[in-house]
Design a protein around this ligand. Structure first.
Ligand code: NA7
Length: 546
């Protein structure tokens, strides 16, 4: 009896996760003639937009780009209420898209995948859920997200607190959280903290914000949608899709400065900065905004703007990020965050000056003061990009675990496939344009690349594909080469490079060569029969030493 006869294949494709990428993956794979099963830990679709349901949660990429464009009907039938939609609206949108594409029937909800093991002699994957059920497939798409494994609070006494403990990354869904009249502490001032703090300040008796590192906070692009813009998107969605893939960031930008930094005198630079501020394109105030000197001018301009909003001089100084350039950490967007600190019941604590000593049953003790609290909100971030991969037990050729392959940091080729792990794909993961691009555009582009790769394999005797070790090494160098060019990428403590977790390898995990370039590289593999990959036939023959 042959190996193939021994193991029954349940599905051609297993898709793990039902966020932006997972929903599209299930649809696209089905459309392409594959049998598909999706697994999702949550009770419904949404991914990030399901879990992060804290008050104030909002996308800071505009809905003109942060949306699906594969289906003209979705584009034409959905009306966004805001240029930057909030979490409730994006979740409704994803439900709508999933219904429209009839993907729910192909997804098993409330089911976490625990492990995926490559059955080498059969060339198949065995996927195990946390309840122990096993399914065998020929391909696996790990659409598990880049920011889906929250960081556990690493503060002494965190479990002792007897009051209300809330996490922005897992906000309660079964009840309305009422913070009215409560004394609330918020730990963390990244995008989630910046968004939740003003909302909490609207109802709480007091808000104490425990800040470890200040972040750049610039005005939001949120506001009423422009009907003309919407009409133009609806006219030819497939063209929009193409156009987005030809941009540097996978999104439409609000504007870009007319001149290079180097062409202008000091007066001209200040004028350009002010124009960009008013036009909401401050990050692109100059044509060469990516250069260190231009970035330094942009950073300084934003610092001044931020400080000017806050009345109390000490608080203003603490809220301004002096220790990194703009873009070194993920910039936050809000029109209410800095302003909230002008309210008498909102107080900033700088953990650089007075660190938290411990959390106690009734509050937080810093090195100088005790704060009695009714609720603590943790907005402390994620084990970004690699966390979701390591949360699974993934075993490839010759029993090698992905944990082992990635022990010094993630390695892959074109951000989707890992040497030694045939026919398993990782969209939205490490070494892709990832979180420095528009994740919705990326989801569609990567899933197209992945499904086209699977179709190519179908035409090549159902072979198994994985990148060559040398292609992976090349890509690692390429990611680093572009990181060197990005101000602050290698010098700032950020979750972009693993610095937000102790013992995490310090590796910059995002490809910054541009979405357009990335897309072209993917297409070139498809057009040239995957020159940087190894095609294995069952039984597997080789795994290059790495
Ligand atoms: P972030 O951006 O990682 O922010 C987490 C914040 O929590 C950040 O200010 C951290 O300070 C702070 N933090 C983490 N651990 C601690 C401890 N132990 N003590 C004090 N402060 C701490 O996560 P977000 O959820 O805000 O945003 C993630 C992304 O989600 C966002 O960029 C969007 O893409 C959506 P630090 O900077 O590490 O000093």
């Amino acid at each position: 009896m042959s190996a193939l006869e021994k193991t029954q294949v349940d599905y051609d494709v297993i898709v793990v996760g039902a966020g932006f990428a997972g929903i599209y993956a299930v649809w696209k794979a089905k459309q392409s003639g594959f049998t598909v099963r999706g697994f999702e830990a949550a009770p419904e679709v949404g991914g990030t937009w399901y879990w992060n349901s804290y008050p104030g949660a909002r996308c800071d990429v505009s809905t003109y780009s942060y949306a699906y464009f594969f289906d003209p009907e979705i584009v034409r039938e959905w009306d966004w209420s805001n240029v930057c939609a909030d979490q409730t609206e994006i979740l409704r949108y994803l439900r709508f898209a999933a219904d429209k594409c009839k993907v729910n029937e192909s997804i098993t909800f409330n089911t976490k995948v625990r492990a995926a093991k490559y059955l080498e002699s059969e060339g198949l994957w065995r996927v195990t859920t946390s309840s122990g059920q096993e399914y065998v497939s020929r391909y696996v798409i790990m659409a598990i997200g880049a920011l889906s494994t929250p960081k556990t609070p690493d503060i002494p006494g965190a479990t002792d607190f007897a009051g209300l403990k809330l996490f922005t990354s897992d906000w309660p869904k079964d009840r309305k959280v009422d913070l009215a009249g409560l004394r609330v502490g918020v730990i963390g001032t990244g995008s989630s903290g910046v968004q939740v703090i003003p909302e909490v300040a609207k109802v709480a008796k007091t808000v104490h914000v425990f800040q470890r590192t200040a972040n750049f906070v610039i005005p939001s692009e949120a506001g009423p949608v422009n009907p003309e813009q919407v009409s133009s998107l609806r006219a030819e969605p497939s063209q929009v899709r193409k156009d987005l893939r030809a941009t540097f960031g996978g999104n439409q930008v609000f504007g870009i400065g007319e001149h290079r930094f180097s062409e202008l005198d000091e007066r001209g630079r200040q004028d350009a900065l002010q124009r960009a501020w008013e036009g909401k394109y401050i990050a692109l105030a100059f044509r060469d905004a990516h250069l260190v000197e231009a970035n330094a001018a942009i950073s300084e301009f934003i610092r001044q703007k931020m400080a000017s909003v806050v009345t109390d001089p000490w608080t203003a100084k603490q809220l301004v990020p002096w220790d990194h350039p703009y873009g070194g950490k993920r910039p936050c967007r809000s029109d209410q965050y800095l302003q909230a600190f002008n309210s008498p019941h909102v107080r900033l604590l700088s953990l650089k000056e007075t660190p938290i000593v411990k959390i106690e049953t009734d509050g937080i003790q810093t090195s100088t003061e005790k704060f009695e609290l009714d609720a603590i909100i943790y907005a402390t971030g994620f084990d970004a990009i690699t966390g979701a991969v390591f949360a699974l037990d993934i075993e490839g050729l010759q029993g090698k675990k992905i944990r082992e392959s990635w022990k010094d940091g993630p390695v892959n080729y074109l951000g989707t496939m890992v040497h030694g792990f045939p026919n398993i794909f990782f969209p939205s993961s490490a070494m892709s344009p990832s979180v420095l691009s528009n994740m919705a555009t990326l989801a569609e582009q990567q899933i197209d690349f992945i499904v086209d790769s699977m179709l190519w394999l179908e035409e090549h005797d159902h072979g198994k594909l994985h990148p060559k070790a040398e292609a992976q090494e090349f890509w690692q160098k390429e990611v680093l080469r572009y990181a060197h060019r990005r101000p602050g990428a290698l010098t700032t403590n950020s979750w972009y490079n693993g610095a937000n977790l102790p013992n995490k390898p310090r590796v910059f995990m995002i490809y910054c060569g541009g979405f357009n370039k990335y897309h072209e590289l993917c297409l070139s593999e498809l057009r040239n029969d995957f020159p940087n990959y190894e095609l294995l036939q069952t039984p597997e023959l080789s795994l290059s030493a790495d």
